[in-house]
Design a binder for this molecule. Sequence first.
Ligand code: TRP
Length: 459
Amino acid sequence: MTNKINNSKGSLHGYWSSRISFILAVAGSAVGLGNIWKFPYIAGVNGGGAFVLVYILCVFLIGLPILVSEILIGRMGRRNPASSMEAMALQSSSSKKWAFVGLMGILSGVLILSYYSVIAGWSLAYIFESFSGTFVNANSTIVEESFFSLSSSWKITMFWHSLFMIITAYVVSKGVAEGLEKAVRLLMPLLILLLLILLVYSALEGEFIAGLSFMFAPRFHDLTADGILVALGHAFFTLSVGMGAIMAYGAYLPDNMSIGRISISVVLADTFIALISGLVIFPIVFANGLDPEAGPGLVFMSLPMAFGNLPGGIGLGVIFFTLLSFAAWTSAISLMEPAVAWAVEKFKIQRVTASFFICLIIWVFGLGTVFSFSLLSDFLLLGRNIFDNLDYLTSNILLPLGGLMIVIFASWVVNIDSLSIQLDKSRGIFFRLWLFLSRYIAPIGVMIIFFYSVNIFST
Ligand code: TRP
């Protein structure tokens, strides 16, 4: 990122050096634990097939237009998400109160990162667990016990959570583009390659047909109203939309780069990686008598079984969890960036100082998740532990709500001429499709799913 331009219309935090570095940063944000850890386990808990279908529909009809909206607002506003929305609102003679959406997003990012970091910490721990040979020839009892002994030990998980927060804050304190670009460019292709190798293993050694049918045969009676809400929430989570992360990145995008094609490639890549992960994991789950509804530990139990039974499995395990940790890292950076950019602008402090304090706050919140798998595992609110509540609140409520307001803001409030200048001057098919999805389909879709899940229709 270059830091030269600092006038009132420019970005205060610098610019991406090229189109490719922006694509990599957005893809690095989107592809993370959501694709490999979260998607398979929530698909498992929600019955597979029908859930996957709703998720895909939500990604393309709701998530994609919101992704485009976020980049647009970010690039037009050129500030942290709250100030960008405020600036665009004033410019469109609308209320300053829109800034509140940006603030809510900043808070969502802080809450999400607090638990994201704990799970990323598990992944770091599994690099060493794999290296130590624990999983060689492992059976289901061994992988289950290893997972529970890690997650229930708060001292160890707190250590890895702390380490992960430190390395995340370190990158954010430097400014996002430095280092990030190189990491993503190299690691993302490697991650895909390794997933494909695992896919071959699953196809040969796992119950592949059972896995395939679990993921793609729609069994609608397995899908509850809440499951639909979870699918919607995950569409936001996996694309990193609804809280301003992509808006913050869009603020550093030079004016001449096309937004449409970038967005579509990122969405396709993200969906592809999630589906491949599912196709790797479920055949292993079914072949080894693991429980598809095992919850957050699913990936940490199923993949080590595969590594344990493969030649060179120790090496593969180490590489896989290293790549997963990197994928989590590039996502975590984007969760933290809006809060840091906001603090820098609001309190006129240095990036390093802002990163330190925000990191500390997130770390403290993260202890809630650390303890919800150990000391406080019996502490339930609304039938869920702290981690589940945080995830439910952020993914299923705050992100869809934030996304709803962002997409309404972009398509109804912001001046349409400036939008078309940003997106497509000739107002071609992509522009019109984006406008239609953003004005009608995405907001109505989110509202229907919200109301449906609070059972308005069934009473
Ligand atoms: N999309 C990331 C993943 O799938 C997580 C993430 C990064 C995120 N930035 C975000 C989720 C912003 C919601 C909002 O792992």
